[in-house]
Design a protein around this ligand. Structure first.
Ligand SMILES: Nc1nc2c(ncn2[C@@H]2O[C@H](COP(=O)(O)OP(=O)(O)O)[C@@H](O)[C@H]2O)c(=O)[nH]1
Ligand SMILES: Nc1ncnc2c1ncn2[C@@H]1O[C@H](COP(=O)(O)OP(=O)(O)O)[C@@H](O)[C@H]1O
Length: 345
């Protein structure tokens, strides 16, 4: 796409969009308008869920990635109408019952929650499926992908690499579901410091003895791995309780009671599961349109020709309402039709 090249070269020169003014750009029918630290691009002739794109030049996410990777960064981000609910980050020592609680939640509310499938370099357990429980990955591959900016967060846990890819969170939000992340305390700290707004829950065992019993009874680890997990558990529990990362601490003593408390803090007690929430609204931009910007409003003027008349429509996007959701997506788009005029041709 020619326009993309044109915009990227502007972005690479690190010309701040506001310096370029608000004159819309146009190329091959694609149009673009610059504002604040993003460039809105309307793609010609694409499907309604692929029409609105942002080239992020200096947004919070781009600044974080630049710092993390130590290189220049620009990022494409897809425009999504409406907002996704805040993801839920669940942390806690190995064997405390995170996976069990998450499975119960997903089983009771299948249309409401989706699991963020992490990448890991550890070997799969007997019942674990690639792409379902984890994306099992070679260390060298994962290290390369970390360098290329694929991950929202990553950490070395019990001697293996684990990471949440940007894509893992996006696919859940795109399906209209609330994302659940099962990640360690280091990962939770990274997400807390990132542009992803989430609810943070730390799951605590009733005692170290009970934790050891659960780990041993699960029977998925070797003796060496169990001892390593127990050694790390003490520090994780101290950090979980004392750091200000977590919004809630949940004691998993009796499983049913703990699950009820989890549902309560997520506002699900007494909730009757119903059909999935309606899919996000879409707008259909005709190929023939022009874009202009007035203050923090972007006006898209559309002209469509019918059999005997031409109709003009204006759609307004209030840029001040944009919200950062998962990186890779710009959520919170709210389009309003502000005028429609039919003309006889
Ligand atoms: N930072 C980070 N931690 C992860 C991720 N995925 C899993 N973990 C954590 O890695 C630890 C080990 O997970 P796992 O090997 O499945 O063992 P388990 O906790 O004993 O079930 C747990 O604390 C998980 O929460 C991730 O993507 N990022
Ligand atoms: N409240 C509980 N009481 C007794 N056993 C539990 C409880 N919660 C989980 N378990 C068991 O403990 C083991 C570890 O749970 P799991 O969900 O795999 O932990 P994690 O995902 O935190 O590593 C599993 O065998 C699970 O059935």
């Amino acid at each position: 796409m020619e326009l993309a090249k044109q915009l990227l070269s502007l972005a690479k020169k690190r010309v701040h969009p506001t310096v370029l003014g608000t004159k819309p750009l146009s190329c091959n029918g694609h149009s673009a308008v610059l504002f604040e630290n993003r460039i809105l691009v309307l793609k010609k002739g694409s499907k309604s869920d692929d029409q609105i794109w942002f080239l992020e030049v200096d947004t919070e996410y781009v600044r974080q990635q630049r710092k993390k990777l130590g290189t220049e960064v620009v990022a494409w981000s897809k425009g999504v109408i409406g907002n996704a609910e805040k993801p839920i980050v669940i942390s806690g020592p190995s064997g405390v019952g995170k996976g069990t609680l998450i499975s119960m939640l997903m089983k009771e509310f299948p249309s409401m929650f989706g699991f963020s499938v992490s990448h890991t370099t550890r070997a799969p357990r007997n019942m674990e499926k690639d792409g379902v429980h984890y994306h099992f990955t070679e260390k060298s591959v994962m290290e390369k992908e970390i360098k290329s900016g694929k991950f929202l967060e990553f950490a070395s846990v019990h001697g293996n690499l684990y990471g949440t890819s940007v894509e893992a969170v996006e696919v859940v939000a795109d399906a209209g579901k609330r994302c659940i992340l099962d990640i360690d305390v280091q990962g939770a700290r990274s997400v807390r410091a990132s542009s992803l707004e989430a609810i943070f829950i730390f799951v605590c065992p009733p005692s170290m003895e009970e934790l050891e019993k659960r780990l041993r009874d699960r029977g998925t680890e070797t003796e060496e791995q169990i001892l390593k997990r127990l050694r790390n558990a003490q520090a994780e529990i101290e950090q979980g309780k004392s750091s200000n990362i977590f919004d809630f601490i949940l004691y998993n003593d009796n499983l049913e009671e703990c699950y009820d408390r989890l549902k309560k803090l997520l506002g699900l007690d007494g909730f009757v599961a119903t059909s999935p929430k309606s899919a996000p609204r879409e707008i259909n931009l005709p190929t023939d349109h022009s874009v202009s910007k007035i203050d923090d409003k972007i006006i898209i003027s559309c002209i469509s020709s019918g059999l005997d008349k031409e109709s003009k429509n204006s759609i307004m996007l209030d840029v001040s309402s944009l919200k950062g959701g998962a990186p890779g997506r710009t959520r919170g788009l709210d389009f309003q039709v502000i005028g429609s005029m039919d003309q006889l041709s």
